[in-house]
Design a protein around this ligand. Structure first.
Ligand code: EPS
Length: 390
């Protein structure tokens, strides 16, 4: 069967966005309410622009689903764009003054044009609606294996939340996150981040931040140390860096591993037979500096990924730029945009991380149907739990 993959298509102001998912086993319940809920969350957050009042994203399944379940064929999802105007020269005029930080300059040179419009339409983070839909479908699969993904905003500018994320408190954390204007389950940090986005608006400036995703319930052995491209951490890093505006990714301690000695970094290994039934198979680690991944493979601890999003590159006040037609110095062109999309980015990041987890799950427990995957999963766990037994 095909490897689990997805592709997206669509421009920000074209008729629709598309996600095409291949390799999904049959029999997976497709929870449309959950998928639309994730699309709705992605549209929210303090600092979003006027576009979100125009759109109300919904996933329309065009293929691959029957009676609420996947049928083993490719899934095609369409999300309609209400603000469709790509070919209207008045509403979508050419952009000749590229925005520093956006795809405008590099893309217009790449495609040999002085008009950045076509580049910016595809580079736009509107495309992340498709990824959110694909990732939400992936979560319909991972949930069947007891895997829970939780994405939120950890930091922005000089505010960093110290909130502790545990599986036991996931329900409360979800409620707190969803009540936060910036999807941060920490009231003080939320207030501070909202205040800085508000100030950026006054200053005609923009704000980024750090998103974090925790994945609970992943059994050991997903991914592989056999080659670099199969490593789970490498795949997660590529998936997160593939999100528009992301400039950094960390797993577990991340960059801080370089500032500590081995004994301060590596997580001791203990065994508790009473916890054999859990996803760790009883191999308890008092710390999780590895972020749930060792040797490119899941180790049974929660997977922890952080991603840094730069501030939005469309500034109301503009930035120094040049006119591509004349090469004369000018200010960058303003296009309607957001002040901050960090809350939305946390939903997108949860989705792309979930998709990678679903992908390695399908590799390890390959099957054409959910039932076959489940059987392979149970056989593996039974054998893994029996290791070391007399
Ligand atoms: C974006 C510019 C804005 C954002 C957009 C990303 O779009 P518009 O120019 O239509 O106002 O709102 O994000 C979305 C539309 C979305 O749904 O996330 C950009 O230039 O990247």
């Amino acid at each position: 069967m095909a490897q689990l993959t997805y592709r997206t298509a669509g421009e920000s102001h074209g008729p629709a966005l598309i996600a095409l998912i291949e390799g999904m086993p049959s029999g997976v319940p497709i929870d449309v309410a959950f998928i639309d809920g994730e699309l709705h969350r992605r549209q929210g957050g303090y600092g979003r622009g006027a576009r979100q009042r125009i759109e109300s994203d919904r996933a329309q399944f065009l293929a691959g689903v029957r009676a609420g379940h996947s049928i083993g064929s490719p899934l095609a999802i369409q999300i309609a764009n209400a603000d469709s105007r790509l070919d209207d020269p008045e509403k979508s005029p050419p952009v000749f003054r590229p925005r520093p930080g956006h795809a405008d300059l590099a893309g217009s040179i790449k495609w040999l044009t002085t008009d950045c419009r076509a580049t910016l339409e595809r580079a736009s983070a509107r495309e992340t609606a498709s990824r959110t839909a694909a990732g939400a479908v992936a979560q319909c699969l991972t949930r069947e294996f007891g895997i829970e993904c939780f994405g939120f905003v950890r930091a922005s500018l000089d505010t960093t939340s110290t909130v502790v994320i545990t599986r036991e408190s996931l329900e409360q954390l979800r409620v707190a996150r969803d009540a936060s204007e910036v999807y941060c389950p920490d009231t003080c940090a939320t207030e501070s981040i909202v205040a800085s986005i508000h100030q950026a608006k006054i200053d005609k400036d923009t704000v980024g931040g750090i998103c974090e995703v925790h994945v609970f319930g992943v059994v050991p052995g997903l991914g592989s140390c056999a080659s670099g491209d199969l490593r789970l951490d490498a795949r997660l890093a590529a998936a997160v860096m593939g999100i528009q505006a992301f400039k950094g990714v960390e797993i577990g301690l991340g960059m801080d591993v370089a500032r500590r000695t081995g004994s301060q970094v590596h997580d001791p290994i203990c065994f508790d037979g009473a916890k054999r039934g859990e996803s760790s198979l009883g191999f308890i680690r008092p710390t999780n500096n590895a972020g749930g991944i060792e040797g490119g493979m899941s180790n049974g601890m929660p997977i922890v990924v952080r991603g840094a999003m730069k501030p939005i590159s469309t500034l109301l006040r503009g930035m120094p730029s040049v006119d591509l037609r004349t090469h004369e110095a000018t200010q960058s062109q303003y296009e309607r945009s957001d002040i901050s999309a960090i809350a939305a980015a946390s939903v997108v990041m949860q989705s792309v991380v979930a998709f990678e987890i679903a992908r390695v799950l399908c590799e390890k427990f390959a099957g054409d149907s959910l039932a076959e995957m489940r059987a392979n999963h149970e056989t593996y766990l039974a054998r893994a739990r029996a290791l070391g037994e007399p």
